[in-house]
Design a protein around this ligand. Structure first.
Ligand code: CA
Length: 712
């Protein structure tokens, strides 16, 4: 490790910049951040701004701006780009208020940029400790900030909620939203309204109970908290807004005594939506924990309020209604996807609706006054349920979908028909645009499941069928019987929420969406080799109108705004680890914000250099060693570094690592935590020196296979 880490280089540059432009910048930002409830309510009247994560309070990811439109989008060119200090995943949608862009980056850092030029005004680093990266499924990402009454709010990987002075980036207050050393994390954007900041948490693959908290926006004092699932029976009440309703509605839907020891899940890690019409806050809740209901709730029960939309009184956190999309979820069907509020004509009646396309593959239209399900139809192939019965609101499950020890192919898979990447709704076309996926996955229960200390094997699902690997996390699993899953297909799906029918579809692997009054749908995409592009489609027909190559893949949803009458479209680039697959053949660029306008004059950095060659050792390892190494690797390493050593190019691909042929260096990292600050902690608690050798032997053989493959 002789090469200086780019983060330190960047910090120097940033410090210099702050000295140079601090004073001027502060004045501008001080005015810019005065977003209050009146402005949030009337967001549509100031289309030059992108006031919150989803654009306006109805979170349609829609902008009335139309100076960039279907007729001139071909002139769209980069006008500036701003480099972050990291190669890690970027998922944030920039918030723009009066010419200032507030955007978060990996490790929960926050940047204020001049939205016209990309010049840094200030930056903030919450200094998240490296080990906080461990209880995360999908890298140290952050999806965005909230801006309100002169402050910028961000949640951190180690579950703090922090208020920054929007003028300077100085910390105004900081609270721990979860106990220290717990497995809770925050990657989602906070929401703000009525002098409160709302934040949920992640960690639904690692145990614990999900909850959402409201803090006083000025002081950081806790106002209310709502737990999504009940706590242990006979335990002291939480003293939370959820106490009564959990006893009344939720507890009777849980069985056995395992769930409260494991936590139960229901983490609200992505979307919260504030309904300024009805003064409600909607929670979009996650999967149950463990995934497998057999081990969670004695194989029965709906397990409220997992995989649900829950409406709360915004001021008190008191329960108003809920709708559970996947009762007794068994397939990691998080219902955390973004919720879109609108008014639609349904069967001749104007209804205030909430639209939702969760992982489970059904598109839901709910009445947001009552939670009544108005319609629900599959928007991709669905094999776990036949349909949703509108009389009972319940899905009609297909026999056998609740898998046992035999691998059972289910669609959608655990990645979902739609993940966190925001869908968008255009009131002009009346269409919802979903970044959708057709995928299936063989589910199989872990044999003799025993809750242990492992991080990712406690979900009660055996992935060996999925990856074709030897069983892990199981003591006496039957031999793996791999069921081939069809390769996933990704596409933008234009969906009519009234008729519940597809209007058009555009193939390609992409991220969150933006739609505009210029008849455009904009999506960042990931191309082979981890490169990216920004693409524009016609909103009414799906015709592909324009694209521009970007150095990194894009998964974050873009936003649009205008400064001095000129419209910009901006996106954070740097696809997150779960969005890139295969064996990227190039190194990675730093994450960055890229801003486009008509006839922009900026150039983006060239393609990154080729990836390092595969680095197998000179002698072939014994099969018994590689087999032992694979077992350990699958259980502890694959979650971040990728199965068979094939990484998504965010976390290093170990097959190309120089340490593969350097035992001391390898042990320094694996057993003694030399890279702890980047999240690669010492694994000596779980792995013996012999295990570390075996893993190195296994990856060495994976490297040999890669070398042969690349030679061909
Ligand atoms: Ca999940």
């Amino acid at each position: 490790m002789t090469k200086k880490h780019p983060e330190s280089r960047w910090l120097l540059a940033c410090a210099t910049l702050l000295l140079a432009c601090g004073a001027v910048a502060s004045d501008k930002a001080a005015v810019a951040a005065h977003v209050d409830d009146a402005r949030l309510l009337n967001a549509a009247k100031e289309p030059q701004n992108w006031l919150i994560y989803g654009g306006g309070w109805s979170e349609q990811h829609y902008s009335p701006l139309k100076s960039i439109d279907a007729t001139n989008v071909s002139r769209l060119k980069p006008t500036w780009s701003f480099d972050f200090d990291t190669y890690r995943g970027q998922e944030a949608t920039p918030v723009v208020v009066d010419g200032v862009m507030y955007v978060s980056s990996a490790w929960s850092k926050v940047f204020a940029l001049d939205a016209k030029t990309g010049k840094a005004l200030w930056s903030y680093d919450p200094k998240v400790p490296g080990p906080a990266a461990l209880p995360l499924c999908c890298d140290v990402v952050n999806r965005g900030v909230a801006v309100y009454k002169g402050k910028v709010y961000v949640g951190t990987i180690d579950a703090r909620l922090i208020a920054l002075d929007a003028a300077t980036g100085a910390v105004v207050w900081s609270v721990a939203t979860a106990p220290a050393d717990s497995t809770y994390s925050i990657t989602g954007a906070p929401r703000v309204a009525r002098d409160k900041v709302f934040i949920g948490n992640g960690g639904g693959e690692f145990g614990g109970r999900g909850y959402v908290s409201a803090y006083d926006a000025a002081s950081g004092k806790l106002v209310w908290r709502f737990y999504v699932v009940p706590g242990a029976p006979h335990a002291k009440a939480d003293g939370a807004a959820s106490d009564e309703i959990l006893e009344k509605l939720a507890r009777p839907t849980w069985f056995g005594d395992d769930w409260y020891r494991y936590g139960g899940g229901g983490h609200t890690w992505n979307a919260l939506t504030y309904d300024a019409d009805l003064q409600q806050l909607y929670l979009a809740t996650g999967n149950g924990f463990p995934w497998n209901r057999e081990f969670r709730s004695a194989g029965k029960g709906d397990n409220l309020f997992i995989s649900s939309i829950v409406a709360l009184d915004v001021d008190t956190g008191q329960y108003k209604w809920h709708y559970q999309e996947t009762p007794g979820d068994q397939w990691d069907y998080d219902a955390v996807q973004n919720m879109t509020l609108a008014e639609l004509d349904i069967r001749g009646e104007k209804r205030k609706v909430l639209m939702h396309a969760p992982k489970n593959g059904f598109f839901y239209v709910l009445d947001r006054r009552s939670g009544e399900v108005l319609s629900a139809e599959p928007y991709v192939t669905v094999t776990w349920a036949k349909k949703v019965d509108l009389n009972t609101g319940r899905p009609e499950e297909i026999a056998g979908a609740r898998y046992g020890l035999a691998p059972t192919l289910i669609a959608p898979g655990a990645g979902g028909a739609h993940n966190w990447h925001p869908m968008a709704f255009s009131p002009l076309t009346g269409l919802v645009y979903i970044p959708a996926t057709e995928a299936s996955m063989p589910f199989r229960a872990v044999a003799n499941f025993k809750f242990g200390e492992q991080l990712f094997t406690n979900i009660g699902v055996d992935f060996s069928a999925y990856h074709g690997n030897a069983a892990h996390g199981a003591t006496t699993a039957p031999p793996a019987r791999p069921v081939p899953a069809a390769p996933p297909q990704n596409f933008v799906l234009a969906w009519d929420p009234v008729t519940q029918k597809a209007r058009w579809r555009a193939e390609g692997r992409g991220g969150g969406l933006l739609t505009t009054a210029g008849d455009l749908v904009i999506q960042g995409r990931t191309r082979a080799g981890a490169l990216g592009e920004l693409v524009a489609f016609r909103a009414d027909t799906g015709e592909r109108l324009w694209s521009y190559p970007t150095p990194n893949g894009i998964t974050a949803a873009p936003s649009t705004y205008s400064v001095d009458g000129e419209q910009f479209i901006a996106a954070a680039s740097g696809a997150s680890s779960t969005s890139v697959s295969g064996a990227p053949t190039r190194m990675r660029h730093l994450g960055r914000v890229v801003a486009f306008k008509l006839d922009g004059k900026a150039t983006l950095p060239a393609e990154a250099p080729p990836a390092l060659p595969a680095n197998p050792p000179s002698t072939v390892a014994a099969a018994i060693e590689t087999a032992a190494g694979q077992k350990r690797y699958d259980a502890y390493c694959a979650r971040c570094h990728g199965f068979q050593g094939a990484s998504g190019n965010v976390i290093p691909d170990l097959r190309r690592s120089l340490l593969l042929t350097n035992k001391d260096g390898w042990d320094e990292v694996v057993l003694r935590g030399a890279l702890t600050e980047r999240g690669m902690v010492s694994w000596s608690k779980f792995l013996s020196p012999e295990d570390a050798d075996h893993i190195r032997a296994y990856i060495g053989e994976m490297a040999r296979a890669l070398q042969q493959q690349e030679a061909r």
